[in-house]
Design a protein around this ligand. Structure first.
Ligand code: SAH
Length: 240
């Protein structure tokens, strides 16, 4: 019986890999993953058998990885960020009963983005994906309202794509119904990758054209403030 590692490789290059991810990849004879993610592995992928297919075939990739492990191979399937958040860990475990699976954690996009901004998360937060491919739109709306009403810091994943140009704007408008217009917002594109772009703005002045699928958007809670280029959420709610 082989083994299947489900690995979060972090937001981009190898400086964000954990030692555990490196060891698992080195130990594997086969690597499965979306082509650009395999490229992040650089030399680590050399001398390995590689299975990479297009973005739409996530489930196909999972099934391939599982069957290769069942055949006795040591397989790594790679996700960006953390594999347990909008990644491969769920789809793999749903389908792989009887296979020796180990999930290896990684630096998720929100934490990579947060580090550029300073300390915008810090307190209770919600990550919400604005992709309605796997989640009904009504559920997304309900969660955004709940996170707003609970004064959570909100990290939006999959904020805006060609097919969903106005999703983020609709959600920000929902936030503006109750949150202060000057609530700080951090927009980070390509965290941990070449050409990282960091923008600090406010809820009422987001330039939506800046936001795409390689971007994470972090909206502060009622106590979040800025100092220079930094976005800071206090550790607690006591008056500073
Ligand atoms: N498993 C991943 C998330 C996959 S969903 C993780 O834990 O990070 C894909 C979304 O993640 C993108 O649409 C974007 O919102 C965010 N994302 C992934 N990598 C990013 C990066 N390097 N910089 C900014 N956002 C990123």
């Amino acid at each position: 019986m082989g083994k299947l590692y489900v690995i979060g490789i972090g937001p981009g290059g190898q400086e964000y890999f954990t030692e555990k991810a490196l060891t698992a990849i080195k130990e594997s004879n086969i690597i499965v993953g979306y082509t650009p993610y395999i490229e992040y592995l650089g030399d680590l992928a050399k001398d390995k058998e590689i299975y990479s297919t297009g973005m739409k075939s996530e489930i196909e990739r999972c099934e391939k990885a599982i069957s290769l492990a069942r055949e006795g191979n040591i397989v790594s399937i790679v996700s960006t960020g953390d594999a347990g958040l909008y990644g491969m860990a769920g789809p793999i475990l749903e389908r792989s009963e009887g296979v020796n699976v180990e999930v290896v954690p990684g630096v998720s996009a929100n934490f990579a983005a947060a580090a550029y901004l300073g300390a915008p998360i810090m307190h209770d937060f919600a990550t919400i994906s604005l992709s309605d491919l796997l989640t009904p739109w009504e559920v997304i709306v309900k969660r955004v309202k709940a996170a707003r009403d609970g004064d959570f810091v909100i990290c939006f994943y999959n904020p805006r794509s060609k097919g969903r140009k106005d999703h983020l704007e609709k959600m920000i408008n929902l936030l503006l119904e109750k949150k202060a217009p000057k609530t700080p917002v951090g927009i980070v594109k390509d965290a941990g990758r070449k050409g990282t772009k960091v923008t600090l703005t406010t809820l009422d002045s987001i330039d939506y054209e800046e936001v795409d699928m390689l971007t994470t958007v972090i909206v502060g809670n009622s106590k979040t403030f800025t100092r220079g280029e930094l976005m800071i959420t206090p550790r607690g709610y006591e008056n500073k």
